[in-house]
Design a protein around this ligand. Structure first.
Ligand code: PSU
Ligand code: MN
Length: 303
């Protein structure tokens, strides 16, 4: 059976020429940010990757095909579509087989990146262990994917809506290298520091690329998580966010939100409660991650 996978012309040319390619997810567009900032951000992130010398490959499922690199019109249409399906590892294959359209999470984007031969992926924050997971068992499939799929993921740590100590423990259990980029502190998405130690520290894209290649040489399954702190100017101090997160969490519990609705619900409530400041920070950190991922991709392409 041949894989229903379509590369954009830009991605196909870059791969043929051995240039760096950076995968980008689409759930952040459809479920993580409101229209029209979502499509503006998606375009700005693609441009940031190009400006840094690599080629962007935004991933989504369109009418039963995995698209690696979206044409501008397709990106815009996806960003405007309401109730787009959020696809993770569990539903990706079933949805593609059924001819559906959907946005890929970190886990699903990693799978598609591997299928397309892309080693590096930039996003905002990965999913992780939710607060109260000891009762809800809500742990993102992103963590297991990092343990299985050999893609280096650049994120601003894990979203502060999560239980960060448990998320780090889980990553350690799964054997996922967590690399603080120019920091000893694991970043907390909207804030530069979580107060938790980053298990590994690296200060250059070349070191991250070398570790990526060494994992391949050792035939280790799984990827690396590069935790890149939000730029100083864009950060929201953790103390300011704590009550907002607590309020959003209480509302989610009150409303009985479960499963894949939890993360989008919390993000949109935090956006409303911070009067949009959380979104500005989110955009700044995604751009910052795209630039670093492009630099790592260029190093990996250099070989
Ligand atoms: N980071 C963001 N916005 C998002 C997400 C991450 O800034 O919307 C998405 C990613 O696609 C991530 C997903 O993979 O949330 C995690 O969802 P869950 O917790 O249901 O696994
Ligand atoms: Mn979940």
């Amino acid at each position: 059976m041949s894989l229903p996978l379509t590369r954009s012309a830009e991605v196909a040319e870059a791969q043929a020429a051995g240039r760096g390619v950076v995968a980008l997810e689409s759930t952040i567009i459809t479920h993580g940010m409101p229209w029209p900032r979502n499509v503006e951000t998606a375009r700005a992130v693609e441009d940031a990757v190009r400006a840094a010398g690599a080629v962007p490959a935004t991933v989504a499922v369109i009418a039963g095909r995995i698209h690696v690199g979206l044409e501008p019109g397709t990106l815009e249409a996806l960003a405007q579509t309401k109730d787009v399906r959020k696809l993770s590892r569990a539903d990706l294959a079933a949805w593609v087989a059924a001819g559906g359209t959907g946005a890929t999470t970190v886990a699903a984007t990693m799978i598609c990146a591997r299928l397309a031969g892309i080693a590096i992926f930039a996003t905002g924050g990965i999913g992780g262990v939710h607060r109260g997971a000891e009762h809800s068992f809500d742990i993102s499939a992103d963590l297991r994917e990092l343990a299985e799929t050999p893609v280096t993921v650049v994120a601003a740590g894990a979203k502060a809506i999560l239980d960060l100590p448990k998320t780090l423990e889980m990553l350690e259990t799964l054997g996922v290298p967590v690399i603080g980029y120019r920091t000893d502190d694991f970043p907390a998405f909207w804030s530069r520091a979580s107060g938790l130690a980053a298990p590994i520290r690296m200060d250059t894209p070349a070191e991250i690329a070398a570790a990526h290649r060494m994992r391949a040489a050792m035939a280790l399954p799984g990827g690396q998580l590069v935790a890149n702190p939000i730029p100083h100017a864009a950060e929201i101090p953790a103390e300011r966010l704590a009550p907002v997160i607590a309020a959003a969490q209480a509302e989610a519990a009150e409303a009985g939100i479960t499963g894949k609705e939890v993360t989008p619900f919390l993000l949109s409530r935090i956006f409303e409660l911070t009067e949009g400041r959380s979104l500005e920070a989110n955009i700044a950190l995604v751009l910052n991650n795209a630039r670093l991922a492009a630099a790592i991709a260029a190093e990996i392409a250099r070989g």
